[in-house]
Design a protein around this ligand. Structure first.
Ligand SMILES: Cc1ncc(COP(=O)(O)O)c(C=O)c1O
Length: 409
C-alpha cells in the first residue's frame, strides 16, 4: 500500500527525514523532485547523501554499542555511482566490498586503499585472479576449491579468506529467489562437505587463512532474526576449525522496509545476535551491507505517458522499465510508486498497474498500486530504488539511457 488508509495517519507510511511532501511537492533531501526532473530529464535516479551517511552511522553505532571490533565494507554492487562511493570513503568509517576486478578498480579510483577493499566473487577466470592479485593488500575471499588452488599457484603464502556456505540462508519475507546460502544447488561458497578439502588445499599452497566469510541473506528484517541466530550457530564449527582467524565477515543482507507492513530492522537486536555468536573471541567482526546503506537513499523518477484500462486492469505506462530496475520482475521485490505531485486531499485511490516500455511480459514495475488518477506527463517516484537499480541496468531494447544525481549531505 502506498498511502495509509487510516485517516488518523495524515502522512504516508514511507515518509522519513529527507523524504516527504513539502506543500504538495515530493522532496528528497529538501530538493523538489519535480524541479530535478525538469533540470535533468527522466529517467532519473536521485540519491540522498545525508540518508546514505545516516544509514552507515546507525549501523556503526549498533556495532560500537556492543564493543565489537568491527569493520563495515559497503557492497558497491548495490550502487557504484562514484560520488556516492566517494562520500562513503570520506567518512573514514567504511571500506568497499567488491565482486569483480572492475569494481576494485572503481573503488580504487574513488580513493579506497587496497587494504580497505574486500573482494568476494564467484566463477573467476585466471585473468580475473591475475588482475585482483595486482592490488597489493586487497582482502580476498575465495569461494571455491578451484580459486584456492589457483591463488596458491599464483601467490603462494598470500593471506586469504574463505567464503563458506553454512547450509542455511534467509531472504526478504522468505523469498526463495534470494537464496545466497543453503538450499539445493546454491552456487556460492565452499560447502560443508568441501571444507576439509579447502583447508588441505590452502595448507598445501601455504596460504594463510585470515578470515571466514558467511554471506547468507538478502533483505532480512527483525522477524527473521531467529533464523539468523540459527545460521550464526551453524557457522561456529567452521570458525572453530581455523585457529588464529583475524576476521569473520558476516556479509550483507540487512533489509529495509519495502511495504507498509514492514518495520525497520531492529539494529540493537541484530547486533545482539552478532555479539552473542562472535563477540569477545578476539576476532574482528566485519559486515558488507549494500541495500542497508543505499536502497532507501535513492528514488527513480519516471514520467507517465499512457493511461489506459485493458480488461479489468488500469495501466499507467512510463518511460522506463525493468531494464532500469529489475528487482520487481526478477526477484518479485516491491518497487513502490508514489506521485511526485501529491494527490489532492480526498482524491480516490485506484489500483493502477505500472507498465514499463520494454516489450517483455515481465515488464511491470508494480501491480495494483493504490494511486490517484494519473495523466500523461505526471511524474512517479519509485521508492527504495537506490540499491540494485542503476547498478543492474541493461540496454535492453536500446532503452538503457538514464541519469543519476547525488545530493551531497
Ligand atoms: C558477497 C556479498 N556481500 C554483500 C552483498 C550485499 O548484500 P545486500 O545488498 O543485501 O546487503 C552481496 C549481495 O549480493 C554479496 O553477494
Amino acid at each position: 500500500m502506498t498511502h495509509s488508509r487510516d485517516p488518523r495517519r495524515a502522512v504516508p507510511w514511507w515518509t522519513r527525514p529527507g523524504l516527504a511532501y513539502e506543500q504538495r511537492d515530493l522532496c528528497l533531501a529538501g530538493r523538489s523532485l519535480a524541479k530535478l526532473a525538469r533540470a535533468h530529464g527522466t529517467p532519473l535516479y536521485v540519491y540522498d547523501g545525508a540518508r546514505l551517511l545516516a544509514n552507515l552511522g546507525r549501523l556503526r553505532a549498533a556495532l560500537d554499542a556492543r564493543e565489537l571490533r568491527s569493520r563495515v565494507f559497503y557492497a558497491m554492487k548495490s550502487n557504484r555511482h562514484p560520488p556516492l562511493l566517494r562520500a562513503l570513503r570520506r567518512t573514514g568509517r567504511c571500506g568497499a566490498d567488491t565482486c569483480s576486478p572492475a569494481e576494485v578498480a572503481r573503488a580504487r579510483a574513488c580513493g579506497f586503499a587496497a587494504d580497505n577493499i574486500s573482494f568476494t566473487g564467484t566463477s573467476l577466470s585466471d585473468a580475473d585472479l591475475a588482475a585482483l592479485l595486482r592490488h597489493d593488500g586487497l582482502i580476498l575471499n575465495l569461494d571455491s576449491l578451484h580459486d584456492i588452488a589457483r591463488v596458491a599457484a599464483l601467490a603462494p603464502g598470500r593471506r586469504v579468506g574463505l567464503r563458506i556456505n553454512p547450509g542455511l540462508g534467509l531472504g526478504y519475507r522468505r523469498n526463495r529467489l534470494l537464496r545466497y546460502a543453503g538450499g539445493r544447488g546454491t552456487k556460492f561458497g565452499i560447502h560443508r562437505e568441501q571444507f576439509a578439502a579447502a583447508l588441505r588445499l590452502a595448507r598445501r599452497g601455504r596460504l594463510v587463512i585470515d578470515g571466514l566469510h558467511f554471506h547468507t541473506g538478502c533483505g532480512y528484517l527483525t522477524p527473521q532474526l531467529p533464523v539468523l541466530d540459527e545460521i550464526f550457530a551453524a557457522c561456529q564449527p567452521f570458525v572453530a576449525r581455523v585457529p588464529g582467524l583475524r576476521y569473520v565477515n558476516l556479509g550483507g543482507g540487512l533489509g529495509i522496509p519495502l511495504v507498509a507492513a514492514d518495520r525497520p530492522l531492529d539494529l540493537a537486536a541484530w547486533s545482539a545476535v552478532v555479539a552473542r555468536h562472535f563477540g569477545g573471541r578476539g576476532v574482528e567482526v566485519w559486515c558488507e551491507p549494500g541495500d542497508y546503506l543505499a536502497k532507501d537513499a535513492g528514488v527513480l523518477l519516471l514520467e507517465v505517458n499512457t493511461v489506459e484500462r485493458k480488461g479489468r486492469t488500469l495501466f499507467a505506462g512510463v518511460n522506463g522499465g525493468f531494464q532500469l530496475h529489475l528487482e520487481p520482475a526478477f526477484y518479485g521485490l516491491p518497487l513502490v510508486p508514489v506521485p511526485v505531485r501529491a494527490a489532492a486531499p480526498g482524491a480516490r485511490l485506484q489500483p493502477t498497474t505500472i507498465a514499463g516500455h520494454i516489450n517483455e511480459a515481465l515488464d511491470l514495475l508494480h501491480v495494483d498500486a493504490p494511486l490517484p488518477p494519473l495523466a500523461n506527463g505526471d511524474l512517479l517516484a519509485f521508492l527504495n530504488a537506490g540499491g540494485y537499480g542503476a547498478a543492474m541496468a541493461s540496454d535492453h531494447c536500446m532503452r538503457g539511457d538514464f541519469a543519476e544525481i547525488f545530493l551531497p549531505a
